[in-house]
Structures are given as structure tokens and as C-alpha cells.
Design a binder for this molecule. Sequence first.
Ligand code: AMP
Length: 451
Amino acid sequence: MNEETVLFSDLGLSEVILKALNDTGYTKPTPIQAQAIPHVLMMRDVIGIAQTGTGKTASFTLPMIEILQNGRSKARMPRALVLSPTRELSAQIQENFVRYAKYTGLTSALLVGGSDMQEQSAKLERGVDVLIATPGRLLDHFGRGALLMTAVNILVIDEADRMLDMGFIPDIEKIVGMLPPMRQTLMFTATMSSSIEKIASKFLSNPKQITVSRPSSTATTVTQEVVHTSDRGKNHDLLALLKQHAGLSTLIFCNRKTDVDKVHRILHQQKLASVAIHGDMVQSKRYENLNAFKSGTAQIIVCSDVAARGLDIPDVALVVNYDMPFNAEDYVHRIGRTGRAGKSGKTIALITPEQDKYLQAVEKLIEQKLPVLTLGAQEKKAVPPQASAPVPAPAPAAKTQPAAPKPDTKRPESQPPKQQDKRPRKQDDADDGDNDAKGFGLDLPAFMSGR
Ligand code: AMP
């Protein structure tokens, strides 16, 4: 079958699902959907190598709904289980499920940390067809006897590579041990490695492997730039960048939860409509903030990698790396939030001298030297907060220069992160480390501080 010309109606899905798809406005399946759905419907195990943005959620949700239509769940005995690494991703999967299953009467429960245990238990007691869960919370419910896993015939492990990074594999092993051995298992991962292959061979049986690339190559649609800055001037430069890109939906990534809070506070002080997401926030606040960003009420969202992982945020025009990620691959995930579906996007990274090594790692990974953006001299000049400086003229436009030699990195280096990127993370929706935030001396010019 030619993937280009495949229609949803060619894939073996029933009328009630096609009707729901029609309601969503999707015109044709994405490559992962066209390739995976027929195999899932044939009850094969599937390993999908696909990132967020490829339509992978529907590639397992749609055939799952099709299969589950032929039966009903009993109290505390779900028939399908979807495991994902974060609360937000789980919530998104459930949103997809609800949208596609709306004419089928099938039900689902979201079992994630940060939400009321009692409410979740009551739902399980009434009987649900599909559980969508983070591993920790699922084990909590199982431990309390609220769940029987013997009827689970379909298991989905989403973002397996992230599960591995976050130290969830032992929990998943425990969960898999509670499921019937005769079941269908689907696993999705953004990247393939020997560790993921090992996990796949443990949990899946003779899987069909499907690999798809991102719908649009970031290399062609995303303009990438770096700004060399200092610890002292970083916040000032961030605000200058945001001013230049005012009006764009913007995602700002920080490496640490403490920095997410601080950057958000700074933006708030500057009366910029922003929200933040990180793992220490109560769940209701995380949803609220994400929705504020999705609806456009807040134009800027500040987050850490783990909290942002897998979030389906359409139309982000600008991704700012407040820090270069410790792990070069995270850079690729981060910038993948812009330039989607053929749209053009932009990403700018703020590089302090001690972050230069992370920039080098990224440039090595993407085999590309990132051009340096020079901010106007006026913006570069830090003004102490207490100074009653005259209001300067609007910032001149920044100009991009060809890759320039790196600035002097001989200044004393601060402690490198203590292998934070590689540390196995256990708790539900683990987040980045809490290393001390760098000096957040707010050297803002008057035009930024509203004085
Ligand atoms: P995912 O990779 O599953 O997170 O999906 C990324 C985005 O693509 C979501 O906003 C989906 O609603 C959307 N999407 C999924 N399948 C299709 C499709 N066949 N056509 C258009 N958009 C889709």
C-alpha cells in the first residue's frame, strides 16, 4: 500500500472511529498511523520509533479502541494499559482517547500522581476499559488492592527511552509481571539504543518495527542561533530577546526547577504573560498553566525538560534555551517544539562561558556550527536595578553573524552539574536536579522593568 495515498477508511477501522476522526478534521493518516494501525489490528506486537508530533498517539489509540469495542470491562479489571513517563503526557493520551472513542462508549481512567487517589479508585471500582498511567501511581493503586491486572490484554509503553532515563524500567518490569503473558504489547520510543532493544526483547514478542522521522526536518524549518552571555547579563539578555520577539508564542527551557521558577518570576515582574511548569507544582496548577499557554492566554511558557516532555503544544514560534541542556540530545527534543508541520520556527540559546562545553556537544551532535546572534550594544549594557536610568530608545534589531570564535572561557568555572543528566530518576514525574541557581542578579534596564 502506498503510504502517501492511504486513507483512514483503508486501515480497517470501524465507522464509529472514522466518524470521530472526521470530527477532528484529520484528512489522512500520518506515516506512523498508516504503518502501525494494520499491524496492531492484526494483534501483532509493534515497536514504533517515532517522536511526539508524528501522530504516534493515534497510531496506538485508534486500533486499541477498535479491538476493545468487542467487550466491556468489569469493576477493577481494565482491559488495556498505557504507561507514559509524565503526568502531562498521560493526560494528553487520555484527551486523544476520549476524542477518538466518543461514539463507542468505552471509558478510561487517568492514574497519575498529584491527583486525588480516592477519585481515581472510585473510577476503577466502577470499571474502566483503558488505564492511562504513570508507573508510580499505577503501582500505588495496585498495592492498595484497587486493581486487578489479569484482564489487561493490551499494554502500551510510550516514550520508552524517557522511561529509561527516568529510572522507570524496574517499575515497568514489576507491572509487566502482573499482566497476563499472552497479551499484545506496543512500545514507542523517540530514539533506539542497545538498552531500548534489550527492553523490547524482554517485553515484546516478535515485534514489527516501524520507524518514522519527524514530519518536517528541523534543519530546514528551524533557524537556530546562540547568544553568548554571562551569568550576570543572562536575565537581561533573555528579556531583550523576548522584547525583540514580542508577540510570538515562546517556550523557554531551563535545566533546573529553581530556575524555571525564577525566570517565571522575572517575566511576571516585567508584566509578560507567562506561565511555568515543573515537577514540583501541584497537578491542577500544571494543567491550568499548560491550558493557559495552549489557549494563548499566556504567550510564554517556562519549563524543564521532564515536565515538557511529550507535551503537544502546537504552533510554538520560538524556543529559548535559557540553559543549554546537559544532555545534547535534549537540545534536539527541545527545538523540535518549533518548526512543526512545515511551519518555520526559531530557537535561540543563551550560552554562558561555563555552558560552552554543552554548546560544543550539541554542535557535534547536530554536525552544525550554530550562528552567533549579537544583541545591540544598548541591550548588552547592564543597568543595576536601583539605578534610575533614563528610558533608553527601543532596542535595535539584532543581527546574525556567521559563526564567530567562542568568547574567552578562561574565567573561573563554576562547578559542573553533578552528572545530573544521567542520574536515574525514580519519582513519578521526576524533574531535573535542584542545583543552586546561578546568581540571578537582575540587571534590568529601565525599559524592561517598567520603572
Ligand atoms: P502526537 O505525535 O500523537 O503527539 O500527535 C501530534 C499532533 O498531531 C496532535 O496534535 C494530534 O492531534 C495531531 N494528529 C494526529 N494524527 C493526525 C492526522 N492524521 N492528521 C492531522 N493531525 C494529526
